[in-house]
Design a protein around this ligand. Structure first.
Ligand SMILES: [Zn+2]
Length: 309
């Protein structure tokens, strides 16, 4: 599982940072990629990665500001042009209005898609658990921005323990149906009378990962709730230390506030994105240094950077 950042800039593209989008790559887990936000030019960024658009099965939108959604019509249209590839349906989750934006763009541009889009729109009153599959649960909660905006908490379900086949073989268990029984937790007795206790050969279940991806927001308790014990928190840092007042006026956060959220939530790791073009590379190292005084495991991400979880 890893996250690849496709756009890490705030508001408008710059030469080094495109507008918001990131891919949560779940290829080993479910052979899918989930996209979070889709700013203009996201499809061009995807071309620079190994991500195949067809693998993108779900798109989660945090809010309807242009720098988070203007890439959708282009991406969705290009996704249709994958020759000789099976066309797979797509789910889009986002605030009320996202369906009308997408369908209007496709209609007026005469675009026809050879696959189906299933829209899952929500508003203030229909948040909470927005998706549950056999391997993942996704929650959304309202943040504090200038328009309705949410953050997402992606929770992987606990992973089953694995069978230690080598040790079973060594204990004299013949490969075959007995392995299946033991894997299902059943104790067995071998022909020679040896008792094999399943629990001795199955490792303990491993806790699933928690990934928190926030939209634009002022510092708010909702961010902390979404990030409780998260393995990774992706938080905007539109402003730097000392800019708290201007951040508040514009519905955004500073690096220091993002670090406070990570610390209060007990998150393990903080990745800062949504970085203003005003920041030059020396400012970026300062952003990190300042934030690290509050929360040590912090990193300012770049476009196309891949972070393993
Ligand atoms: Zn915004």
């Amino acid at each position: 599982m890893d996250i690849q950042f496709l756009g890490t800039g705030a508001g408008q593209p710059s030469k080094v940072r495109n507008v918001s989008s990131l891919a949560l790559k779940l290829l080993d887990e479910i052979n899918e990629v989930w996209l979070f936000d889709c700013g203009e030019g996201t499809q061009n960024r995807i071309l620079e990665t190994t991500i195949r658009p067809r693998k993108i099965s779900k798109i989660f939108i945090t809010h309807l500001h242009g720098d988070h959604i203007f890439g959708l019509p282009g991406f969705l249209s290009s996704r249709a042009f994958q020759a000789n590839e099976e066309q797979t349906d797509l789910d889009i989750y986002g605030p009320q209005g996202i369906k009308s934006f997408v369908l209007t763009s496709l209609r007026v541009s005469g675009s026809r898609l050879p696959y189906r889009i299933h829209f899952h729109e929500f508003d203030q009153d229909s948040l909470g658990k927005i998706l549950e599959t056999d391997k993942f649960t996704v929650y959304a909660e309202e943040l504090d921005h200038t328009i309705f905006c949410v953050g997402y908490r992606v929770m992987q379900k606990d992973l089953e323990g694995t069978l230690d086949a080598e040790r079973l073989k060594a204990a004299g268990v013949p490969f075959g149906p007995l392995f299946g029984k033991i894997k299902n937790g059943q104790d067995v007795v071998l022909e020679d009378g040896t008792e094999i206790k399943a629990a001795d050969y199955i490792s303990a279940p491993r806790p699933g990962k928690i990934i928190t991806i926030l939209g634009d927001t002022r510092k708010t308790n909702a961010s902390v709730r979404l990030a409780v014990n998260a393995d990774v928190l992706v938080h905007e840092s539109t402003y730097g230390k000392g800019d708290e007042k201007i951040a508040r006026n514009h519905g955004h956060s500073t690096n220091m506030q993002a670090a406070q959220v990570a610390a209060e939530a007990g998150a393990k790791r903080l990745l800062l994105n949504h970085i203003s073009a005003r920041f030059l590379s020396k400012d970026i190292s300062q952003l990190k240094k300042d934030a690290a005084t509050v929360f040590e495991n912090v990193h300012v991400v770049k476009d196309l950077e891949e972070v393993e979880l």
